[in-house]
Write a protein that binds this ligand. Structure first.
Ligand code: TPP
Ligand code: MG
Length: 418
């Protein structure tokens, strides 16, 4: 009998609760199978007229443009100019080298914490390039690349990561939790998932005001198990909000596998019951992801409403500088990932069409490395982690209330007396 005096009516048997787990763990061989999806498999529906049912094949399939032969084909080929492709490549290289350097800074004690976007550089970069400058960005910590597209100064990004006097958010956030008001890039939120429903709210406001603005947001596979994800889809579907809702399925949420969020199915089709056209896209294929995002923007701008996208990719690095993926995933997983590397794939495509060369790639890598090193040196002139100067302590009380309430003022004054 329990303390409440209630007997269990059911006979005790072995637990039948099924807890999904990873397909393989350290010491085992990774196996993603062969992707059956090819460029040209899927139609491109009319964005203004399409409804959720028209995208059933897209939600269960995979939109691809770049084939294994490095050629672009199919209805989704966005036919971008070589200049635009080189611009995308440059931003992706910039993000990768930036991440490498910042990770080294973290390992040598010059940053307290860091998160890379390794293997996922295409996501925010191709998608932000497909938007207009007035569109709102509600990112996670895995989309810092959008800021490069929007023209953010790298020095200012590093000052934020250090938390020195030039940090535009005055040390109030962890490193990598950027805010970039000028680029309409909303503060990264540490409690995962909150940005998803906020993005829908902003999109509803834009629609209400009759503005030509679209909102884009991302959530991780793991965070999509939060309620925020479902509220967002529901409101987006009901109000036909001009929003692009992306689930970045990079296979892992720290040490738990994506399976635990879906039970093993794909994420894309979860948008269908909410009435949202839904696509699964090869997230390491710059052209495919650009094209589907452009489609979604066109749809949103036409007044037809939201789009739900599963961005299929692989988190090639650790979750953060505090994580060791060797403890929970097989060592060969990255080499077995069928989606390859987004940078190499775009580079090889440009070479294939005669618009790029290995030598140009080497030059680009070198130039960007110099840019990052130069930016770091400039940033530490405004203070380093060990010695500061840091933002003044009273900034923990300021810029929240227009007029500071008495109880906050009391604490503020007490702190300032010391
Ligand atoms: C509400 C909440 N729960 C837990 C955490 C701790 N946490 C931070 S990131 C993360 C994993 C998120 O994984 P996913 O959504 O797949 O994103 P990814 O890191 O793979 O990009 C967790 C559990 C948090 N920050 N917020
Ligand atoms: Mg994840």
């Amino acid at each position: 009998m329990s303390v409440w005096g209630i007997h269990s009516m059911a006979k005790k048997k072995e637990s039948g609760l099924k807890v999904p787990t990873a397909p393989s763990r350290p010491g085992e061989e990774a196996d993603f199978g062969d992707w059956p999806w090819k460029p040209g498999n899927l139609e491109r529906p009319d964005p203004a007229k399409c409804n959720a049912d028209d995208t059933v094949p897209h939600a269960h399939g995979l939109v691809r443009v770049l084939g294994n032969d490095n050629k672009a084909s199919g209805a989704w080929n966005p036919e971008l100019s070589a200049d635009r492709l080189r611009e995308g490549l440059e931003h992706m290289v910039r993000l990768r080298i930036f991440d490498e350097r910042m990770m080294k800074m973290q390992r040598t004690g010059r940053l307290s914490f860091y998160m890379r976007s390794l293997g996922e550089e295409c996501v925010a970069i191709s998608q932000t390039m497909a938007l207009e400058a007035q569109d709102w960005i509600f990112p996670t910590y895995r989309q810092p690349g959008a800021q490069f597209v929007r023209g953010r100064d790298m020095v200012s990004m590093i000052c934020h990561c250090i938390g020195n006097v030039e940090d535009n958010i005055k040390g109030r956030q962890m490193p990598v939790h950027y805010s970039y008001r000028e680029g309409r890039f909303i503060s990264v939120s540490s409690p995962v998932g909150t940005q998803f429903s906020q993005a829908v709210g902003v999109a509803m406001a834009s629609q209400y005001k009759g503005l030509d603005e679209v909102t884009i947001t991302w959530i991780g596979d793991g965070a999509s198990a939060e309620g925020d994800y479902h509220y967002a889809l529901n409101f987006a579907g009901v109000y036909k909000a001009p929003v692009i809702l992306n689930v970045v399925n990079n296979q892992w949420a720290i040490s738990t596998h994506a399976n635990i969020a879906t039970g093993g199915d794909e994420f894309a089709s979860r948008g269908l019951p909410y009435g949202l056209p839904s696509f699964r896209v090869d997230g390491n294929d710059f052209l495919a992801l650009y094209a589907v995002t452009k489609w979604a923007r066109e749809r949103a701008a036409s007044g037809a409403g939201a789009t739900h996208i599963e961005v299929l990719t692989y988190r090639a690095g650790a979750h953060s500088s505090s994580d060791d993926p060797g403890r929970y995933r097989p060592g060969d997983e990255l080499t077995k990932w069928p989606g390859g590397d987004p940078i190499y794939r775009l580079r090889d495509h440009l070479i294939e069409i005669g618009e790029w060369s290995e030598a140009q790639q080497d030059e680009l890598n070198e130039r960007i490395d110099g840019e990052v090193m130069g930016a770091y040196k400039e940033a530490v002139e405004f203070g380093d982690l060990a010695n500061g100067p840091y933002p003044s302590a009273d900034t923990i009380f300021t810029e929240v209330y227009e007029e500071m309430p008495w109880h906050v003022k009391e604490q503020h004054d007490e702190l300032m007396e010391d």
